[in-house]
Design a protein around this ligand. Sequence first.
Ligand code: PGA
Length: 255
Amino acid sequence: MSTRWVGTSWKMHKTIAESVVYARGLVSALRDRPERYAGVQPFVIPSHTALAAVHHVLGPAAERPCSLLLGAQDAHWEDAGAWTGEVSVPQVADAGAQLIEIGHSERREHFAESIERTGWKVRAAVRHGVRPLLCVGEPDAVQLAGDSAGHVLEQAAGALDGLSQDELGSVLIAYEPVWAIGEHGRTPLNSEIEAPLQALQSAFGGRVQAVLYGGSVNAGNAADLLALDAVDGLFVGRAAWELSGYLELLHLASD
Ligand code: PGA
């Protein structure tokens, strides 16, 4: 079985101290019982404010259990400049990020994240050797209209256009239907997400690192989601904000 990617973004949650406690617990759980998490590639994405502290806890990448990766929730497309309030890819990389989440639906909805901007950010990440985690997903109305696959293909193709095969090889795609995300999200039926996932796999499978599913993932549906051929891993919010929940999901995804 190929490696299953299972990661969590903490969104705008957790203080530095809370992030450090989580990270310490995660490292020791993975280190103490590596066999329990065999075949899983974990990653955690704290707030920008906690990145450096979590990095400190995780230590050098080569020495981490399960090759645990650290990510940032966003970064600007320019390396530096007059962009008050923003952080750049070199800055988050300096704080320890090896991966950058790009185009989450909350950013597309509230922060004018267009397909064009996600493309600029993907390029900035690739330029600095940081792995892009591109999130795509259709809103409710698009799903009702039956165009989920077309919508996510347009988002993915628009952001990844022009990347070389080598560059594409570092990319993760997370398919996250907007209607399934967050506390008002609806848990999907596998039949609702198969077509867009398969469309992404047909267009990018084997060329990108992995295609993940995200949106209302929990311990009750993780196994069913992972059983889908088109799912290479899971991207999780609420169900992984407590360390015990994340560890349970990592275990469910293990060999
Ligand atoms: P959720 O969030 O798991 O809490 O639905 C998923 C996401 O936003 O990536």
